[in-house]
Design a protein around this ligand. Structure first.
Ligand SMILES: [Zn+2]
Length: 312
């Protein structure tokens, strides 16, 4: 059995755009999504910069050089003027053009910056992926060394940009080693493995006791798909009851999952059964078999409970 430890995860920063999670090494040109100060490729310190800063600097440099070329053309026009009239015309047109061009550059700088950012991302996709795989190697090293918190935090950050089954399974493996708390920023549907995974089911049971609101449609579908394997686990039935109870928290889940809920009605806890009653009494004609099963469950356990009186 795993020895579980109490941990506090580092905060996962919220970003508007995914690319804002990537940093670029000014020295060797590699990319990372991790937070360390030293570059994972060239080992130099404080060389990372955000992608938006890269696009901003590039935009500034290109704007300056295009302005400089316009300035050179204006200067040529001025120096090649043959008389005073041509000189005045060249100066007036040249300066107006220069000022106009500088104004346009300023007005559209954020759009152009966004365009440059897209170009960088498109051009550098392969190099960015190499960087992310280097990040994954770091997480793997932590995992091998049983530094589960470090490994999980890295995997959680990397998974904001790449997602695959192996990464999810490694995250689940790490999570087995932590004592989960209600106040933790826990994930659930983002961990769903491609196939049945026992570790995931035990994590699901832990999470569902703390944050049942994390159970969404994908989680319920996973549980239904692997119901037979789950029932073979010592906590299998308990898990299914918890999932059915969590489904009761979302009004729209009754219709798609009423067959699954129907199967577990006799074991639902009082609050969940009460919630189910309130949902089906709104449209009893839609769930005739479920109504019978719920009525039987009430009769068996809550016949004299005042809250169940008059619901049907
Ligand atoms: Zn570097």
């Amino acid at each position: 059995m795993n020895v579980k430890s109490a941990v506090h995860f580092r905060r996962l920063p919220r970003k508007r755009y995914k690319f804002e999670r990537i940093r670029f090494c000014r020295r060797c040109g590699s990319y990372t999504t991790l937070w360390g100060d030293s570059c994972l490729s060239c080992q130099h310190k404080s060389t990372y910069t955000g992608l938006r800063d890269v696009a901003h600097a590039l935009n500034k440099r290109l704007s300056r050089s295009s302005l400089m070329w316009v300035g050179v053309l204006v200067s040529i026009a001025v120096f090649t003027a043959r008389n005073l009239t041509e000189l005045i015309i060249a100066l007036v047109i040249g300066i107006s053009f220069l000022l106009g061009y500088a104004y346009i550059i300023r007005q559209f700088s954020s759009d152009v910056e966004q365009y440059r950012l897209q170009k960088i991302l498109h051009k550098e996709t392969d190099i960015i992926l190499v960087g992310l795989h280097k990040d994954l190697e770091q997480a793997e090293i932590d995992l091998q060394a049983s530094r589960y918190k470090d490994a999980y935090e890295k995997l959680r950050e990397i998974s904001q940009l790449i997602d695959n089954n192996a990464l999810r399974l490694n995250k689940i493996k790490c999570l087995q080693h932590f004592i989960l708390r209600k106040d933790m920023e826990l994930e659930l549907s983002s961990l769903l493995p491609d196939t049945f995974d026992k570790n995931f089911t035990s994590y699901l049971l832990d999470v569902i006791r703390l944050q049942p609101q994390l159970v969404n449609r994908a989680v319920i579908e996973y549980v239904i798909l692997y119901k037979e394997q789950i029932l073979l686990l010592p906590y299998g039935r308990e898990l299914l009851v918890h999932v059915a109870s969590s489904a009761m928290l979302v009004k729209g889940y009754l219709l798609p999952f009423h067959n699954f809920i129907h199967y577990l009605v006799p074991e639902l806890h009082r609050e969940s059964l009460l919630r189910l009653c309130r949902q089906i009494t709104a449209e009893p004609e839609k769930y005739p078999e479920l109504v019978i099963r719920v009525k039987n469950a009430i009769k068996l356990k809550y016949e004299y409970d005042p809250e169940f009186q008059g619901l049907f």
